[in-house]
Design a protein around this ligand. Structure first.
Ligand code: DX5
Ligand code: ZN
Length: 228
C-alpha cells in the first residue's frame, strides 16, 4: 500500500496541457486529476469530454475525472468513453446516488463520491459499501490555490471508519484542495491514500520535482521515515 499522487491540471498552462501531463508523469504522478466545472454547481467553467479524450491519447497514467457539475448523470457516459478511468460525482447534486454509482461502474470506470466541506459524512452512509473511492474536498470546489480547511483531517478519519464498518476496507480515500508539503502528512496520517495537488505542483517552477517531492513525503509518512 502506498500513497498515490494525482496532480490536478487545473493549475497547469491550459495552452500546453499535454506537456503538463508529461511533466507530472516524469515526476512519478500515479494519476492525472481532471477538474470538470460547469458554471452551475461551481462558479467556474473548465474542461469537457473532448479535452479528456485528447489527454487520453497522450497520458500514460489513469485519468481521474472529478465532475463538479449540476447534472452528472447526463455526462458520465461521455467521460467514460473519453477515457476516464475514475469518475467522481458530488453527493450534493444526486438524489439517486446509488443509481449513478452503479452506472459509472457499469461503464467500466471506478466510481467515487465527493463530499463538499459542509456535507456531513453521514450523507454517504448508505452508499459506502458500493463505492470504489471517496473524495473528501478540503476546500470549497471551484478554484485551485485555496487554503486547506483543517477540519478535513477529522473528516478523512471518519470516512475511513465508515468505509471499514460498511465492509468496504478496500475503498480508498482521496483528498482534494490545499494539499502541499505542509498539509500532506496530516491527511495521510488520517487515512488518505490519493492526494490531489494543483497549485503545489503546477504553481511551482519545477512541477516534475514538486510531484516527486510530494510523493516521497507522503510515502515517508506511511513508512514512518518522517514527513512532518
Ligand atoms: C478545486 C479542484 C481541485 C483543485 C485543487 O475545485 O477540485 O482539484 O485543482 O487545487 P489546489 O491543489 O491548488 O488546491
Ligand atoms: Zn478536483
Amino acid at each position: 500500500m502506498s500513497v498515490q499522487i494525482a496532480p490536478s491540471i487545473l493549475s497547469a498552462d491550459f495552452a500546453a496541457l499535454g506537456e503538463a501531463v508529461a511533466t507530472a508523469e516524469r515526476g512519478g504522478a500515479d494519476l492525472i486529476h481532471i477538474d470538470v466545472m460547469d458554471g452551475h454547481f461551481v462558479p467556474n467553467i473548465t474542461i469537457g469530454p473532448l479535452v479528456v479524450k485528447a489527454l487520453k491519447r497522450v497520458a500514460t497514467r489513469p485519468l481521474d475525472v472529478h465532475l463538479m457539475i449540476a447534472e452528472p448523470d447526463c455526462y458520465i457516459e461521455a467521460f467514460a468513453e473519453a477515457g476516464a478511468a475514475m469518475i467522481s460525482v458530488h453527493v450534493e447534486v444526486l438524489p439517486h446516488l446509488h443509481r449513478t454509482v452503479h452506472a459509472i461502474k457499469a461503464l467500466g470506470a471506478k466510481a467515487g463520491v465527493v463530499l463538499n466541506p459542509s456535507t456531513p459524512v453521514c450523507a454517504i452512509e448508505e452508499i459506502a459499501a458500493d463505492v470504489d473511492f471517496v473524495l473528501v474536498m478540503s476546500v470549497n470546489p471551484g478554484f485551485g490555490g485555496q487554503s486547506f480547511i483543517p477540519r478535513s483531517v477529522e473528516k478523512i478519519a471518519a470516512v475511513r471508519a465508515l468505509l471499514n464498518r460498511s465492509g468496504n476496507p478496500g475503498a480508498e480515500i482521496e483528498v482534494d484542495g490545499g494539499i502541499d508539503m505542509k498539509t500532506a502528512a496530516r491527511v495521510v496520517e488520517a487515512g488518505a491514500r490519493i492526494l490531489v495537488a494543483g497549485n503545489a505542483v503546477f504553481g511551482t517552477p519545477n512541477p516534475e520535482q514538486a510531484t516527486r517531492d510530494l510523493k516521497a513525503l507522503a510515502n515517508g509518512v506511511l513508512t514512518g521515515h518522517g514527513g512532518r
